[in-house]
Design a protein around this ligand. Structure first.
Ligand code: G6P
Length: 372
């Protein structure tokens, strides 16, 4: 009903705007008086968690992209190898799972059958399972060894938005918790990252406050038949998620690529007028990825692409090659996915709206797929 939408035209529009709070709420109440992380719904004993030698994240759809983002953070912080796998692929390929494997199942609904079956399969092989779930009392957390609930609140629109940013946040808490437990990081480092995380809701709000420009551009592109997305490092799963949103909501062919792959194939797709959305890493990052992605923008622009660029405030290098820039506030690299995904959600929703489509209930899709 209109009341449930709180004055918004769709649940998705409301849920997009709910995201600063969803991230903030997911962070609430996770530390004790000393400031150490406590995950009180984590019921696996600490000795077991100290001995795990591999993490496998299993999920489907948008939740799997949250897992891809988590891999960058958890490997960096904990020095534990992290694999991310679609639940339906994991189960049928004879995966290497032992009692030292920690499986992290991510699911908004907690009812996705493919993910549930993968959880059971992992447990049969002796793995411990932590689930990151939004829906209390659902099946996946009931069957897991431990649960870390995201506190996004009910997500009604079929296409996931606030659950996604909450999932990233929860995986980060898990990564920091493991780093604390296993002694991978000093207390001060963990505290510093928690402080960065706690600064994110206000930055998400700032990105959303700038949405009007994204909406205008989206409306001008209602006739697009194909849109490509490029990202690198944590921007890569965000490119995949941006493409998924556009397929789901606007029924436009969309594909996300790792920017480094451009020359290995996708650049052949570029012709006059091809829209390409590029997520640019921070120029303050250490590893020259910024410069590499700037050259990618130049390469596609030189071949006629229409370039829409998501970049950090102050990144003047992008302006020469961007037809449009969607600016986001400065943030540490690992925090940036929480910001860069927002314009992509707004873009897809607005474009779908301009085409007169049902944003909350796209054709052929279900909110929760409870069959295999
Ligand atoms: C469906 C939904 C997606 C969602 C996926 C996983 O395909 O349409 O939006 O990402 O299921 O759902 P889950 O509830 O497990 O996160």
């Amino acid at each position: 009903s209109a009341a449930e939408k709180g004055g918004y035209s769709s649940f998705m529009a409301k849920e997009i705007d709910d995201q600063p709070q969803a991230v903030g709420d997911t962070l609430l109440g996770r530390t004790n008086e000393k400031g150490d992380l406590i995950l009180d719904d984590l019921r696996i004993d600490e000795a077991t968690l100290r001995t795990i030698d591999k993490i496998i994240v299993i999920a489907c759809g948008t939740a799997a992209y949250a897992g891809h983002v988590a891999k960058y953070a958890i490997e960096h912080w904990c020095r534990i190898p992290v694999e991310v796998e679609l639940a339906h692929e994991f189960r049928y390929r004879d995966p290497i799972v032992t009692s030292k494997t920690l499986v992290v199942a991510i699911s908004q609904s907690g009812e996705t059958m493919d993910t549930l079956m993968a959880v059971r399969h992992a447990q049969e092989q002796g793995a411990k399972v932590i689930s990151i779930v939004n829906t209390h009392g659902s099946t996946i957390p009931r069957e897991s060894d431990a649960v870390l609930y995201t506190h996004a609140g009910p997500e009604i629109a079929v296409a996931s938005t606030k659950a996604f940013v909450s999932q990233i946040t929860a995986t980060y808490l898990l990564g920091l918790y493991l780093a604390q437990l296993r002694g991978n990081m000093f207390r001060d480092e963990i505290q510093a990252i928690l402080t960065e995380l706690r600064a994110m809701p206000a930055k998400l709000k700032e990105v959303l406050d700038r949405s009007e420009h994204v909406r205008e551009v989206a409306r001008s592109m209602a006739d697009a038949t194909s849109v490509l997305f490029l990202g690198r490092h944590v921007g890569y799963p965000i490119a995949l998620e941006g493409a998924l949103k556009l397929k789901e909501l606007a029924y436009i062919h969309a594909e996300g690529f790792a920017a480094g792959e451009l020359k290995h194939g996708p650049i052949a797709l570029i012709e006059e007028g091809q829209p390409v959305i590029i997520i640019v890493p921070s120029p303050r990052g250490r590893d020259s990825l910024h410069a590499k992605v700037i050259s990618n923008i130049q390469e596609v622009r030189a071949r006629g692409a229409h370039t829409l660029v998501i970049a950090e405030d102050g990144d003047t290098d992008v302006e020469a090659f961007a037809d449009e820039v969607f600016w986001v506030p400065q943030a540490p690299t690992l925090m940036s996915p929480l910001l860069t995904v927002l314009p992509l959600q707004v873009f897809a929703a607005e474009l779908a709206g301009a085409k007169g489509l049902d944003i909350d209930q796209p054709r052929n899709l279900a909110k929760s797929v409870t069959v295999e």
